[in-house]
Ligand binder design. Structure first.
Ligand code: NAD
Ligand code: UD1
Length: 310
């Protein structure tokens, strides 16, 4: 282990702050670049002298160069994580979700930093997973600016690998959930919203009939994969799905929350969101082949933790 820091863009957010905790616990120095748009200072152990926070935007090329300088590796997690936000405001989200990646590639090339772990998404497959688990080679069908920016970022990382020797480890996360996922906006992850409302007894709104499915993955099971990708001597090329090859519908998710709490507040249904994927389930064969997977946290256990009933 060298003493140079690992940069986490988006490190004050949900996934990034758990990664920061794990890296600090393993003895690494961590530098976080975050504009605190959805991330929070309170997610970070700012009293740890091995943690540094640079407040600013990944779309700022000069700041990105400063952030990358002297780092041993980068986890690029900064993005507007909401698919719906990209539908509503494609121009602004593109700055975070694509220009940030391009700025990072350039900064890494200039600084000679090679290893980068990138948070891509199941969204790149669009609806091509209808009824089946998607494999990494399933044709891509980005339905939204969010998905298009993730796929374009993958292609640029691939270019910088071939042309400039970057070592990208690309993960296509399916639906990650767990503590610190911020429920405070309508754009937030569905489990964070449903569990917060179920606990508070406030009405829950399902977009569409609730029969859309997702492959949910607990954040504590994701972090060791990210650490391996940052620190393994070698990375193999190509993107890797992160999911369990198990999906449930939103209606089943609500049943599971009711199972933990004993009851649910009123549930209503509205229009399905434009660009919303109907079915999403990961073929995770490549993940299991390439990485040491911790024992999976069952959905019920993850939900019970979030609902304070663990
Ligand atoms: P999050 O919103 O909690 O984290 C994103 C972080 O990036 C936040 O701290 C935010 O303040 C920061 N950020 C956003 N735009 C920025 C910018 N322009 N400059 C600097 N910082 C910026 O969301 P998350 O769920 O932790 O997502 C982390 C990454 O994983 C994102 O790239 C997201 O697209 C990707 N991802 C998440 C999921 C999921 O289910 N949560 C699934 C697939 C991919
Ligand atoms: C999520 C992630 C995205 C990631 C993708 C990978 C977030 C905010 N989004 O997108 O970053 O790339 O997984 O698969 O983390 N819904 C409701 N009611 C609500 C909120 C949501 O019915 O109050 C529905 C949505 O319409 C959707 C489902 O729940 O059908 C999941 O929504 P969401 O949690 O936003 O996730 P994805 O769009 O799958």
């Amino acid at each position: 282990m060298t003493d140079s820091p690992i940069l986490i863009t988006g490190g004050a957010g949900f996934i990034g702050s758990h990664l920061a905790d794990a890296l600090l616990a393993a003895g690494y120095r961590v530098r976080v670049l975050d504009n605190l748009s959805t991330g929070r200072r309170s997610n970070l152990a700012l009293d740890n002298p091995r943690l540094e926070l640079l407040e600013g935007d990944v779309a700022d090329a000069a700041l990105m160069r400063r952030a990358v300088a002297g780092c041993q590796a980068v986890a690029h997690l900064a993005a507007v994580a909401s698919v719906q936000a990209s539908v509503d405001d494609p121009v602004s989200t593109h700055q975070s979700n694509f220009i940030g990646t391009l700025n990072l590639c350039e900064a890494m090339r200039e600084a000679g930093v090679r290893r980068v772990v990138f948070a891509s998404s199941a969204a790149v497959y669009g609806n091509n997973g209808e009824g089946v688990a998607v494999r990494e080679d399933t044709p891509k069908a980005p339905l939204t600016p969010y998905a298009a920016d993730k796929l374009a970022s993958e292609f640029y990382l691939d270019f910088y690998q071939r042309q400039h020797g970057l070592e990208p480890a690309i993960f296509r996360f399916f639906n990650i959930f767990g503590p610190r996922q911020d429920p405070s906006s309508p754009y937030s992850g569905v489990i964070s919203i449903f569990t917060e409302r179920a606990q508070a007894g406030t009405p829950i709104k399902v977009f569409g009939d609730g029969e859309q499915t997702r492959d949910f993955f607990y954040v504590a099971d994701l972090v060791p994969l990210l650490v391996q990708a940052l620190t393994n001597a070698q990375v193999q090329g190509g993107a890797v799905n992160v999911g369990h090859n198990q999906s449930i519908s939103l209606n089943q998710l609500l049943d599971a929350i009711r199972g933990v709490l004993g009851s649910l507040p009123p549930v209503s249904h509205g229009e399905a969101r434009p660009g919303d994927i109907r079915h999403s389930r990961a073929d995770n064969g490549l993940l299991l082949e390439r990485f040491l997977m911790p024992p999976a946290t069952p959905l019920q256990v993850g939900l019970a933790t979030l609902l304070g009933r663990a």
